[in-house]
Design a binder for this molecule. Structure first.
Ligand code: CTP
Length: 400
């Protein structure tokens, strides 16, 4: 197989020193890497070190073409599979968002038609500055992707905040996710299908039936499955969080759309139905806003039951996922209700959570019971990511 090619653009920031490690680790992961350094970058790391590590594939000036007849900045990105900018400085981001092209780095970015990943690294005040905020919003709209920056100590003494460039391995994981390079892991080769978030069931153009689900638990599970090397499809109702890199996100609004998206995503090896699907929808969705009629009597809202997506997946045979996991949100008789819900729906495992506790629905923590044939386990309260990782390690064991 041909190696995937990264074009790395090194910006002029203190984090430029980390790009030497980035080049080495990219090569360890089988990437071929070429480098463009901005003029400013050369004050932070020497072209000689970069060129030595990059096996001579270093370019630094718009007018210093490698071959006379060649248009350097166009050729450079055409030969790459992805362009990575690290550290992406406030200055480079400003140039990119405005389409400036006065040196090889910015001209290459403007002539580029490949995916672009920015690893910003700058002082926290610069990162939070309204100008940088505008630029990053514009770049995100232009399809540019970001890894980091991270919160923590900065190079400047006594400075903390968000602005530290992501570590080389984090950058390379984002590259692999964007390029669809599968990660090796205990769930490599497995397809995990996850539903998450609430559904919104329209009543009329301005009103809908919804619930308090934030999607955090389902998204955390998607992240854990992706980290375990699985191919992940995340069918999500409307939420405010971003899908993890490399996860295939299918966004839906209603239960019926969610069911359709799940059917299209099958077959899967593992189905984890985490969504808080609205049980009912308005029988008749009005195409105009429903007005008060002046009588003082509330309008009748006729409801119809939504399809049960978990039961559909658990009871299907064409082929049925080897492991089907449901969630049960309960406020009373948690164990009894959840145990009978597992049998009724036909899923293999059921994760039951007590949503009568303040802060579970929409919050960051969860205290759950895992119910399966072999028994019931009570897990202590933990962060939703920790719950996701524990569930993933149970799944990995199940398949060993
Ligand atoms: N579920 C689903 N489709 C539905 C309703 C629920 O796929 N229409 C799934 C949820 O994703 C979850 C499980 O079923 O995995 C249990 O959801 P829950 O809301 O607790 O159960 P309900 O079926 O709504 O049961 P009840 O209203 O009796 O509590």
């Amino acid at each position: 197989m041909n190696p995937k090619k990264i074009l790395l653009i090194i910006g002029g920031g203190i984090a430029a020193y980390k790009t030497l490690e980035l080049i080495r680790r990219a090569q360890d992961r089988g990437f071929e890497i070429s480098v463009v350094m901005t003029g400013a970058a050369q004050h932070f790391v020497t072209p000689l070190s970069v060129s030595t590590l990059a096996k001579g594939r270093l370019y630094s000036d718009l007018f210093d073409r490698q071959e006379d007849m060649d248009v350097g900045h166009i050729r450079l990105s055409r030969q790459a599979d992805i362009v990575v900018v690290a550290p992406a400085t406030a200055d480079l981001m400003a140039k990119m968002s405005h389409g400036l092209a006065d040196d090889l780095a910015s001209a290459t970015l403007l002539a580029n038609d490949k995916p672009v990943l920015l690893a910003p690294g700058m002082n926290p005040n610069m990162w939070e500055h309204p100008a940088t905020r505008r630029n990053r919003a514009q770049l995100a709209e232009d399809g540019v992707q970001f890894v980091g920056p991270m919160a923590g100590e900065m190079a400047e003494a006594n400075e903390a905040g968000t602005g530290r460039m992501a570590e080389p391995d984090e950058i390379l994981e984002a590259v692999q996710a964007i390029l669809g390079v599968p990660k090796a892991g205990p769930l490599s080769g497995k397809h995990v299908l996850i539903t998450a978030g609430p559904t919104h069931e329209p009543i009329d153009p301005v009103r809908y039936i919804a619930n308090r689900s934030s999607g955090k638990q389902g998204y955390a599970i998607a992240r854990a499955a992706q980290a375990a090397g699985a191919k992940v499809t995340l069918v999500s109702g409307p939420v405010d969080i971003a899908a993890p890199d490399g996860v295939k996100l299918v966004s839906v609004q209603t239960a019926r759309q969610m069911k359709q998206a799940v059917i299209e995503a099958l077959p899967a090896d593992i189905a984890i139905m985490c969504a808080a699907v609205a049980d009912w929808r308005a029988t008749h969705e009005a195409d105009r806003k429903q007005k008060k009629d002046g009588s003082g009597k509330p309008a009748a809202l006729e409801l119809t039951e939504n399809p049960d997506i978990l039961a559909y997946v658990a009871q299907q045979s064409d082929p049925r996922p080897a492991l089907v996991i449901g969630f049960a949100a309960e406020t009373d008789n948690l164990i009894d209700n959840a145990t009978s819900k597992r049998l009724r729906k036909g899923c293999d495992w059921l994760v039951a959570n007590d949503v009568s506790q303040e802060g579970v629905m929409g919050g960051d923590h969860n205290a759950v019971h895992l119910i399966r044939d072999s028994g019931i386990e009570a897990w202590p309260q933990a962060g939703k990511q920790a719950v996701a990782e524990r569930l993933m390690s149970e799944i990995i064991q199940h398949f060993q």
